[in-house]
Design a protein around this ligand. Structure first.
Ligand SMILES: [Zn+2]
Length: 171
């Protein structure tokens, strides 16, 4: 038990581990926990955050939308591309993109890891292609797309201004 606790701490802030990783780890017997299972758990946690629900940046965007008086729906899995937030009245799909995974152009958070560069390049390319494809298809369906980047959520007033101005332009 002691060992299991220690390895969970090794994963960093294990309280942040989502339902993806924690049950997998806690269902294992201590002797079954190896660096491989840890790495796999951490990876699945990271992956869950690519299409993360209830991440900090998403919650910030929601509360800003709420403050601005927009009515919205969440986790609209029925809508193409699974946008993070949808404003049905305005026919707007909002994607809240982490800068690293979705490659925010020119952003310091969209850095390239120093190891396994080919792997990351391929992964990033596929993420970006998928984002572009979905956005194009949504606009073909008559839905307007607003992308909010993670780094744009640190200043709430700036974020509110961006949403207001982009919503104005979208109309
Ligand atoms: Zn950014």
């Amino acid at each position: 038990m002691e060992n299991k606790h220690r390895v969970l701490q090794l994963l960093g802030d294990w309280r942040k581990l989502s339902e993806y990783a924690l049950p997998r780890l806690t269902s294992l017997k201590t002797h079954e926990i190896t660096m491989d299972t840890l790495t796999a758990a951490k990876r699945s946690w990271n992956m869950s955050r690519i299409r993360g629900r209830n991440t900090r940046i998403e919650i910030t965007v929601r509360s800003t939308l709420h403050r601005l008086g927009y009515r919205f729906r969440l986790n609209t899995n029925k809508l193409h591309g699974h946008p993070d937030v949808v404003l049905p009245k305005h026919k707007v799909a909002i994607f809240v993109h982490g800068c690293f995974w979705h490659r925010h152009p020119g952003c310091r958070f969209a850095y390239m890891p120093k190891t396994r560069v080919a792997f990351w390049q391929d992964k990033f390319r596929r993420n970006v292609e998928q984002d572009q494809k979905v956005q194009k298809e949504l606009s073909q369906l008559g839905c307007r797309v607003l992308v909010i980047w993670g780094c744009e959520t640190s200043d709430r007033d700036k974020l509110a201004n961006k949403i207001k101005s982009e919503m104005g332009q979208l109309k």
